[in-house]
Ligand binder design. Sequence first.
Ligand SMILES: Nc1ncnc2c1ncn2[C@@H]1O[C@H](COP(=O)(O)OP(=O)(O)OP(=O)(O)O)[C@@H](O)[C@H]1O
Ligand SMILES: [Mg+2]
Length: 410
Amino acid sequence: MPDRTKHLLGLLLGTEEDWPRAFETLVARLGPVRDPAGTEHALATERITVEPFDLRAKPRYDLVIDRLAYWYYVPREWLKKVALMDDVYLLNSPFTFQSMEKHAAYCAMMRLGLKVPPTWLVPYKNPVDHAKYAYTAAKYNEPFDLDAVAAEVGYPLFMKPYDGGAWRGVSRITDPAALHKAYDSSGEMLMHLQASVEGYDSFARSLTIGPETMVMRFQPEKPMHERYAVQHGFLSPDAGSEVVSISRLINAFFRWEFNSCESLVVGEEVYPIDYANACPDISITSLHYYFPWAIGALLKWSVFCAVTGRRARLDLDTRNYFEVADSQLDYDAKLAEYRKLADEYFDTAAYHEFCATSLPNVDNMVRDWVSSPDFDALLVDTVRTTYPPAEHDRFVAHFRGLIGLWIQEG
Ligand SMILES: Nc1ncnc2c1ncn2[C@@H]1O[C@H](COP(=O)(O)OP(=O)(O)OP(=O)(O)O)[C@@H](O)[C@H]1O
Ligand SMILES: [Mg+2]
């Protein structure tokens, strides 16, 4: 019988150092945790290395937080193995993460009745590199009128890859000349044309970790360190709650527990435009003021999952969501039902109860640490590795100011 009171939390990392160091420090500071039955559990962290593996080998990890597998396939395939064979708890299902890109997420959310802007998929500009392409295309590809598709979507529109990320190949298009130029340069990328949500009042980026969501005002036109604005109450209570429901719904639907979602808000209307961003960037230099919240949420959710022995749900229950979608309920009532399904998936009530009884001091502990010289040293190191020397002083002062604001407001 494996010891169910000792838990190793694995970190699968790329280039980041800041949040992993924060996470490791906080797990060490947390010490033993009592589960609801009063049994003491010990937690430790370890960075996972990449090496050959026997598909039948038993991993030592109870839970893995991954920021690497989205581009590196050795750990990606290892994650699938430990998910299928060893019940290692993963914050995002590696299966849906791979197969349900932006396009699948649009389809699912349209089916559920969300206000996804009108979106078309158009065939590749360049021939597909496959021996059967020429014959197939000659026989079955209908010639199509790109201008007619664009006119149907309406200008201005966005052309962007069906599986996008990091703004690769995204363009805002206002006329047919720009449309053809963008399509001609799309090459081997498979593109969507999507109606632009014009003149939005705010861009909400919501980061969700387990059943915790932070809705932040996002300014995509600004440099990295200014994209998340510190502004509370920028949405009405109703729109704010709608953004939270949509974020949790998407995550529960796809089995993503560490993901961010982008919505454009016009008056009281919420238009979700991008929400397949599993394992998003949570570095101090991006999240600044919101960093302590994010690292605290990651800590609490990971500890909850490991200590209570939460089982990963690799199976999907799409049909439950579709039943709500196909019912006679109106939009608000459907969202309320989706939120219930999401809360069931996340075991939200049990999570909050666990935080109150097994982790009663965790928020204070995070606050004490963020106020300590140890955190400041991490902040300084992070600035030094992120920016050129001439900018160090300015950015250290900038991020100290924002973190100071968070401490002060607590
Ligand atoms: N339908 C739309 N209406 C208005 N703006 C849009 C729309 N689609 C995309 N944009 C703008 O283009 C940006 C990039 O689009 P999108 O988020 O879909 O691409 P991405 O490659 O996933 O980017 P990222 O990785 O930064 O999230 C958005 O942040 C937004 O500013
Ligand atoms: Mg985006």
